[in-house]
Design a protein around this ligand. Structure first.
Ligand code: SF4
Length: 371
């Protein structure tokens, strides 16, 4: 039984890990490309969320390659994510594909139901075996995010431009052929070591930008047009408020066990937004405040066109920006997003925050002079 799932940045590493440890044959969809988006856009409702369209593209490309089972995350709440799975199933069935779809929702106090769903693809594995592989996959995803963070810190300081990106391309090619948590852990550690060996300019003055917004657009580089890489090449260190391991640990595991402490998020967003608005809208507001408190120079807010929770956040962020004096730029992403215009906006924003920092006397001429 060939099992596939949609792409979302480095989430495929954790998914491969858990499924392969349980003896499941994984068929990875090809990385998201223009073709993936065109397929998804062609077969989805025009106003559907951009992530739904790309998911459809991923599924079609995997089904064309022989996938038999689709595993996807499900959910509920004020935004449209709650009916994603049903819409996607109907679109694919109308196109004539034969497949089984397993929708994994966060266990609401009943872990047995969750395990039962997984057992459709894992055969006779026991609850303990499934839990052990989830634990190992969580550890792999934490390691993977550490590797990404190391790249965000190293890229703006690297002496030979493109070294980090070249190594990461090599990493992803090898990861696609690496099976199971043990081998993936070895591979990730190998590349953590390689990235930490990259020659850097240690005393270089750099800008720091926090990225907030809708989870898929923050994490998936095809949709955000490689924002971390582009900002890194402009001499900016980025940090993402949401990562795959953050989502797995807090939203999947801790919330299921009622252990997710949202106090910091509630406190930071309280003056501006006091309730859950679906997705990560409240977190976008809170994390902008938190980035300000952590002395970041600016924040970029990413959202797909028509994303309801982030439209709420977008209407609030100008007030947060004005009150705290932290520049915030919102980028709305859709299938028409062009790389040239996008890059121009990033360059203009980096230039603006560089000048702001220069005027405040905290920053030299280095980045502004383009070195
Ligand atoms: S968070 Fe936004 S993009 Fe994601 S499903 Fe909800 S409305 Fe769509």
């Amino acid at each position: 039984m060939l099992v596939t799932f949609p792409h979302m940045g480095n989430a495929y590493i954790a998914m491969k890990s858990v499924l392969e440890d349980l003896g499941v044959e994984v068929l990875l969809p090809p990385p998201c490309t223009k073709r993936t988006l065109e397929l998804g856009t062609k077969h989805s409702p025009e106003l559907a969320c951009l992530p739904l369209k790309l998911n459809i593209g991923n599924y079609i490309e995997s089904l064309e390659n022989g996938a038999e089972v689709i595993v996807m995350a499900g959910g509920c709440g004020p935004c449209r994510f709650g009916y994603y799975a049903e819409v996607q199933r109907e679109i694919l069935e109308d196109l004539g594909y034969k497949f089984e779809m397993i929708v994994l929702e966060r266990p609401q106090g009943n872990i047995r139901d969750f395990i039962k769903k997984i057992s459709v693809i894992t055969g006779g594995k026991t609850i303990l075996q499934v839990l052990a592989s989830i634990k190992r996959a969580t550890e792999v995803s934490v390691l993977m995010d550490q590797l990404e963070k190391l790249c965000w810190q190293t890229r703006p300081r690297e002496i030979t431009k493109g070294t980090v990106s070249g190594l990461m391309q090599e990493f992803h090619t090898r990861a696609g052929h690496t099976r199971g948590s043990k081998q993936l852990t070895i591979l990730i550690n190998e590349y953590k070591e390689k990235i930490s060996q990259v020659s850097i300019q240690k005393d270089k003055e750099i800008l720091k930008i926090g990225i907030v917004g809708e989870i898929y657009t923050v994490i998936e580089p095809f949709v955000n047009v490689g924002i971390a890489e582009k900002l890194g090449s402009l001499g900016v260190e980025v940090d993402k408020s949401i990562t795959v391991s953050y989502w797995v640990v807090n939203h999947l595991i801790k919330e299921a066990l009622h252990l997710h402490n949202k106090q910091e998020i509630r406190e930071a967003s309280y003056p501006y937004l006091r309730s859950f608005v679906g997705g990560h809208g409240q977190e976008s507001v809170a994390n902008t405040v938190i980035y300000y408190r952590n002395n970041f120079d600016g924040v970029i807010h990413l959202l797909p066109f028509t994303c309801m929770p982030e439209i709420v956040a977008r209407s609030i962020l100008p007030v947060v920006s004005q009150k705290h004096g932290i520049p915030v730029m919102t980028l709305v992403l859709d299938e028409m997003t062009g790389e040239a215009g996008y890059m121009t906006r990033l360059e203009a924003f980096v230039d603006l925050i560089g000048r702001k920092k220069e005027l405040s006397g905290l920053y030299g001429q280095e980045l502004l002079s383009g070195n």
